[in-house]
Design a protein around this ligand. Structure first.
Ligand code: FAD
Length: 401
């Protein structure tokens, strides 16, 4: 892929910038920049709602989807520009569970009725999804999952417990892996079900994370009746769909464009942080560490481009997405730690603490969400399949060991 932008790409970049400046202007960016809260809703503020509506009106909400469901026919370079520009403008993103993870499963394996019912609502961020994969006894070893779905007339009756379910407390629906057979290989008895979270028998119990954030939950399912029409693809073939979804999830978790923005911000803040009569950016050791990270990030950006052009040719990211996941999360964690280092004690307070103290936060606004982001960021090497598991995948599927 030619990395130097051609004139038509530069024109596209200008068009994107104009759109984002109009619909996600600088004052809105600034107001939201320093709030580190978990938000996975249909558009919790009028600005966010307006932004999602503008995206849909323009036909830019889901560039990676097939065009018949609202995708664009952009080239890989244009998609790359779009990702960069939306990260640069710190735009809100459609909920990844619906738009990035479930949607490819639906438009590849779903029935026409499922596509009609769910894809437009996901594209418009009018339906929020959560992912019911992990269970207390099935995380890395996902095929050990034991939530049972037993056929009863036109329904499945589902019993079991899911855990670490991000956003289950705000989700309208859950895509869920369930065991429909105990015959043969474990992977061959799993099905992919879509469950309405308002169905009787579902209890969502919150789990509070280290940084004070409530984003994950335990979900208990007791005699939950799910219409057979909500089965995606074939019964007992869910493992195939689940694996396809995970490669999309891992590619998204890498967050290269977001890290690039964070790195530039870190440099700018270091340049205005006074240390020993100069700035922190004058400190050779600090600068060296930032530049090392920058080099790693550039190498990762190249790998991401390779995966993207592969997606363009073959339709889905391959096991190489595991490389993106490992390096992307390691780099973003290193950046989060460096931010805390730069912000010093201003990086300490996070919103819940300051609310309890009933006082405004101390110090620079940009530092307020840093600690919360750093603590939540520890989970990035665990979710989407832990980094150790990704190394196993690389050794088997990429290196053939
Ligand atoms: C913040 C957060 C959000 C999450 N959101 C969701 C969600 O929305 N939906 C969902 O379904 N799940 C979610 N998860 C769950 C996540 O996918 C699992 O935590 C993850 O797959 C690891 O499983 P586990 O926690 O059971 O750990 P385990 O599988 O018990 O692993 C424990 C440790 O052992 C290591 N290990 C295990 N097996 C091997 C092996 N074969 N080789 C080498 N090392 C190994 C692991 O790397 C890990 O370090 C979330 C997790 C977190 C922390």
């Amino acid at each position: 892929m030619d990395l130097k932008l051609r004139e038509d790409d530069l024109a596209f970049q200008r068009e994107v910038r104009e759109f984002l400046d109009r619909h996600w202007p600088e004052d809105v960016r600034e107001a939201r920049r320093n709030t580190g809260r978990f938000e996975e809703t249909k558009g919790e503020s009028p600005e966010v709602r307006r932004f999602f509506d503008a995206l849909n009106e323009r036909g830019w909400a889901v560039p990676n989807w097939p065009s018949e469901w609202g995708g664009t026919d952009w080239t890989p370079t244009q998609k790359y520009i779009w990702d960069k520009e939306t990260a640069r403008a710190e735009c809100p993103q459609l909920s990844a569970f619906g738009a990035r993870m479930l949607a490819p499963v639906l438009y590849t394996w779903g029935t026409d009725e499922q596509k009609e019912r769910f894809l437009p609502a996901i594209r418009e961020q009018k339906m929020i999804w959560c992912q019911g994969y992990s269970e207390p006894g099935a995380g890395s070893d996902l095929a050990a999952l034991g939530t049972r779905a037993v056929r009863d007339g036109d329904d499945f009756v589902v019993n079991g417990t899911k855990i670490w379910t991000t956003g289950a407390h705000v989700a309208d629906w859950m895509f869920c892996l369930v065991r429909t057979s105990t015959e043969g290989k474990r992977q061959e008895g799993i099905s992919f079900l879509l469950i309405d979270m308002t169905t009787p028998g579902i209890t969502v119990n919150p789990i509070h994370l280290l940084g004070g954030i409530h984003s994950v939950n335990e979900v208990e399912l007791k005699d939950v009746r799910v219409p057979v029409a909500n089965l995606v693809g074939e019964e007992n073939r869910g493992w195939t769909y689940a694996k396809g979804l995970l490669t999309h999830e891992r590619t998204g978790i890498a967050g290269v464009a977001r890290s690039e923005v964070a790195l530039e911000r870190l440099k700018a803040i270091a340049a205005r942080t006074a240390v020993d009569g100069g700035s922190l950016w004058d400190d050779a050791d600090f600068r060296r560490r930032v530049i090392e990270l920058e080099i790693d990030l550039e190498a990762l950006a190249m790998t991401e481009l390779r995966v993207l052009s592969q997606v363009e040719q073959g339709g889905a990211p391959g096991p190489e997405s595991s490389i993106l996941k490992i390096r992307g999360t390691e780099i973003s964690q290193a950046l989060q730690v460096m931010q805390i280092e730069v912000f010093g004690y201003y990086g300490m307070p996070y919103p819940d603490q300051t609310l309890i103290d009933n006082e405004g936060p101390v110090g620079e606004a940009y530092a307020h969400a840093a600690m919360q982001a750093m603590l939540y960021g520890r989970a990035a090497t665990i979710f989407g399949g832990s980094n150790e598991i990704q190394k196993n995948i690389i050794s088997k599927a990429v290196l053939g060991l």
